[in-house]
Every structure is written in C-alpha cells, then in structure tokens.
Design a protein around this ligand. Structure first.
Ligand code: AMP
Length: 549
C-alpha cells in the first residue's frame, strides 16, 4: 500500500522559490570581482536566475546538458547555479586552482557547452580555448562596462543576458532524481572523476545539514561561506542559506585575512565555514591588528584536520565556537561533525576540546563503518583503525560515465579512502588517507596525528609526514618542517617536542627542513608531490642499517 501524501518532487529550484516568497527582502551581499560591495535580495536573485534560465534556453541548453561555472563565491554565481539547475541542466563547478591541463580534461570529459566565469579566469579560458571543443559560449559574470572583447572574442555578458531575457520561466516539473550538479574529485590518484549530484540528493543534504548538530544555522543568522562553491558545493551553503532565509555574505575573490575580517565585521556575520588555512590567516591578522570579532559566534572547519591551536585561539581569544567537520566531494559533502552528545555533555573544557579535534559523529542520512583489509568490520573502541566506509542518500553510487567502475562494496558502502577510528560514543577520527598511512613493521602509523602535533611547535609554519623506505621496517616516518619566517630550529628541537606525545615507535626517523610544503588545488598538503620531490631521499637510519649489515 502506498502512502497518500502529496507528490512534491525534491528539486532545488523550490529552495530559491521558498527564499524569494518567504524571505524575499533578505540580502545577498557580495564583494564583487570588480571591487565594490553589491547588494541584492533573495527575491531579486530569484528573478535574475529565471532570466538566466531563459537565456540558457535561448542558447540551446536542454535538460541534462552540462553548463559549467568557473567562479568565485558571488551573488551572480548563485544566480547562475539556480538558473542552470532550475531547467534541469547540470551545473558543473570547475575548480580554478587546477592546472589548465586538468581543467581542459574535465571540461572535455563533462562535455560542457557553456561556461559562466569571472573576469579573473577569462584569460585562462582564452588561452586554452582551442582545447575545449564542446564549449559553445563563455558568459562573463560582469556588466557591459567591464566587458573587453579583446580578451575572449565573442564572450557573452551576464548582465546583458539578464537584461535581455524575461523572468517568466517554468522551473522544476521533472523527476527529483534528475542530475543537478557535477563536481570532479581532486584526482590525486589518476584522472579526476565526476560526482553527479541529483536534485533529491542535494535537497536531502540541505535538510540534514540544517540540523542543530550539523551546520544548524537559522533565519536569524548571517552566513559567510568562505568555502568555495567550486569545491564540494560550498558545503551545501548555497542551498541551505536560502532554505532558511539566512543573510548571505559572499567574499568574491578576496580570501585573505584582512578582507574576510572586514566583511565579518561590516556585515554582522554570525556563522562561517572554511578550511583550516583560511582561519589560520584570519587569526594571524586579528592578532597583528589586535582586532575583535564582534558578531561571529560559530565557525565550521573541515577539508583537512583542524589544528588544536585554531580551536583554542578562537575559543580563548575571540569567544568563537569551532565545530570540526569531515566530508568529501562524494558525500555532497558533509559526513560527520564533532558536536557534543549525551555521552560527552559532562566533559570539562579540556575534554570538550579533545572531542572537537575528532572529525565527529554522523547525522541521520549518513552511516559509516571501519573495516580491515579483509573487509572485516572493526570495533568502535577509539583505538583500532581501519578503512572508513560510508552510505547514504547523498553519497555517490558511481562516478560520471562509469569511471572507476564499481565503487560500492557488497553492502552498498563507499570506501572513502580515509583511515579512521570510531570511539564508543560514535566519534570518528581520521588517522590518515589510506595511501598516506605509514606501514612500519606490519603496524600502521598515522601521518596526520604526527603532523598535527608537530605543527603545534611554536616555530613551525607547516608540517608534513611521509613514509620513507626502510630495509627492516618497510617504512619509517620522516617529518618535513617549513619554519615560520625568520625562525631557525634543529632536528632535535622537533624530536624533543614530540617526545611523550606519541608512541616511541611513531617518532620520525628524520626531520627535514624545507622551504615549501606544496598544497594541492583544494588546499590539502600534496603528499604525492612531496613523495615525488623526496624520491631520492634515503633515511639516515636506513643508511646506518645498510652499513652495519
Ligand atoms: P574533497 O573531496 O576534496 O573534499 O576531499 C575529501 C577528503 O578530504 C576526505 O576524504 C579526507 O581525506 C579529507 N578531509 C576532509 N575533511 C577532513 C577533516 N576534517 N580532517 C581530515 N581530513 C579531512
């Protein structure tokens, strides 16, 4: 027997319809790419997005066609998203931090027909134009006054399209399982693979992320998504902000500490989300200027493990609560958040802080398990670590065009490629990426744990740990340290700093000081490149072993 409730397909166009109808006057504030602060409202964004839908139809875009965006977080970018998705086309977010070759690969693989872009990225697109045969039009998200036809001859102007098209356009009306968005993974192993979100998966992700234990913001909040719309959907905030009618502040191209701080203060931001490096820059800026955060209450930090110093800094110096989150492109992206539960309520401030450093618990809509290499499920004892697998209605079932083949196990779980523990209270902690974990004498050593401790050394700016070949133990850890400007330190300083904080056999066999620790396109330490750079490196302990053997 079927239920007798209304059939109301979960399509994301309904989110902006709702925002326009019930929160129509709420502002979307943008630091525009051209410079000035620009203000619109949900009602205006709704109308403008519909005009973009009509423009797309006029340019021949049909349901299922891929339309890309290569852009900063701005009001226009948001309008483009809804304009594309509202008519059943697929919004493909391109990450401008990728190398041009990778961008071309992704554009060709997705067969993008139109690219919406900012003035910033127009020269790159122009340079590689010949390598993107599927792209019929480029739309520059600016006004006529800023168009320069010599950069990309024939490019279209966003504001001209808005002005020239009517706002009367039917949105939705299709199956909720219709594809809505496409985002490629970072491609640290092989070519990037496409994750194809559906309207239903985005809608459900939105509802789940609004839970009090997840992002938990409300209509009374002012949000500043520093997390880019081009990486893991800005953690869903372009959907969840209009869904509740929160004021939205878009930072545009300026993501440095000073610019973010200015917006936080001038717009009364209460909630923000970003990767740790952004917050590190902001904290440095605030300390240098002895500035305050007068309205910010809560930040969600994820994308890579949050260092303890950031959580303490926000809490003790600025009274801002940090929630640590974990997720991935394949999960839309939210997976877990370190919000307290009944079991942890009684913890003192230090206990709460330890908990915040874990990646956290799953909300309804995500399930997880840890398994060993023989697919045997491991206990939730907070110590045993294994491959982390996840399942849920907003987790990828396969990659676009079948790349990578079958990606789910027999029980329908997706292997995240992360290695983690789960404690008896349900808190998951990432100990490594499966491909980075160091296998020493048959046991695993967590590179992330050593890195997080080492970076707490007052002279360290950035730390990375990789495994180096060892004749007896297979692999042993090497700590790479980039010191803060003007600092000097010895190998011994760092080894002594780690002493007592990690098991003795986890102690790095060597400390190497480097000028640069490379970060990948999504701000994570690029271990693949580090391993490449260190390919001729020989551990001092391995040499000693060879000599004595
Ligand atoms: P992406 O798909 O680019 O967002 O990358 C997802 C990956 O980033 C995850 O599989 C993790 O390896 C890593 N990651 C995300 N959040 C965290 C976190 N809070 N702590 C540690 N690693 C994280």
């Amino acid at each position: 027997m079927l239920g007798l409730m209304q059939n109301w397909p979960l399509t994301v166009d309904k989110i902006l319809d709702h925002a326009a109808k019930w929160h129509g006057d709420v502002e979307i504030v943008t630091r525009s790419v051209e410079g000035p602060i620009v203000r619109t409202t949900y009602a205006e964004a709704h109308t403008r997005a519909k005009r973009i839908s009509n423009a797309l139809k006029g340019l021949g875009i049909k349901s299922g066609d891929r339309v890309a965006t290569l852009a900063w977080n701005t009001g226009r970018h948001l309008e483009a998203w809804y304009g594309i998705m509202g008519i059943g086309a697929v919004c493909h977010t391109l990450n401008p931090r990728l190398f041009a070759e990778q961008l071309c690969y992704i554009i060709n693989h997705a067969e993008d027909q139109i690219i919406f872009t900012d003035l910033t990225f127009l020269p790159v697109l122009a340079e590689h134009r010949a390598k993107m045969p599927s792209v019929k039009h480029v739309v520059v998200m600016t006004d006529a006054a800023h168009m320069d036809d010599s950069v990309y001859p024939g490019a279209l102007c966003f504001e001209t399209l808005v002005a020239d098209n009517g706002a009367d356009c039917e949105w939705g009306g299709f199956d909720e399982n219709t594809a809505a968005g496409l985002c490629y993974t970072s491609g640290t192993t092989g070519n990037p693979k496409g994750v194809l979100y559906s309207h239903r998966s985005n809608f459900l992700h939105t509802l789940v992320t609004l839970g009090a234990d997840v992002m938990g913001f409300s209509a009374a909040d002012v949000l500043l998504p520093v997390v880019p719309m081009f990486h893991a959907n800005a953690w869903g905030m372009a959907f969840s902000a209009p869904a509740v009618g929160a004021k939205l502040v878009m930072p545009g191209a300026k993501l440095d500490g000073a610019s973010i701080h200015e917006l936080l203060e001038s717009e009364g931001v209460t909630f923000s989300a970003a990767v740790p490096t952004v917050w590190q820059m902001l904290l440095t800026e605030l300390r240098e200027k002895q500035a305050k955060l007068s309205t910010l209450k809560r930040v969600v930090i994820g994308g890579s493990a949050v260092p303890e110093a950031i959580v303490r800094g926000f809490r003790d110096e600025f009274g801002v609560d940090v929630t640590h989150a974990w997720g991935m492109t394949e999960m839309s992206p939210m997976g877990t958040l370190a919000s307290p539960n009944q079991a942890t309520l009684g913890l003192d401030a230090e206990g709460q802080l330890r908990l915040k450093l874990k990646q956290g618990r799953v909300p309804l809509g995500v399930d997880m398990k840890i398994e060993d290499d023989a697919d045997q499920e491991l206990p939730h004892d907070g110590k045993t670590f294994g491959r982390l697998k996840v399942q849920g209605p907003f987790v990828a079932a396969e990659y676009f065009k079948g790349d990578g083949g079958q990606i789910l196990d027999e029980a329908g779980y997706f292997d995240t490629g992360d290695v983690a523990t789960i404690d008896p209270d349900g808190f998951m902690q990432i100990t490594d990426r499966a491909k980075d974990v160091i296998k020493s004498g048959g046991e695993w050593i967590s590179t992330i744990e050593i890195e997080n401790l080492a970076v707490g050394h007052p002279k360290a700016s950035l730390c990375a740990v990789i495994g180096a070949a060892h004749p007896k133990w297979d692999e042993r850890p090497v700590l790479l340290v980039k010191l803060k400007d003007g600092e000097s330190a010895s190998k011994q300083d760092f080894l002594e700093f780690l002493e007592g904080k990690i098991a003795k056999w986890w102690t790095p066999d060597d400390v190497v000081f480097v000028d640069d620790i490379p970060l990948g396109a999504t701000g994570k330490i690029d271990k693949k490149l580090i391993r490449e750079r260190m390919k001729d490196y020989v551990l001092p302990t391995a040499v000693a072993k060879k000599v004595s053997a």
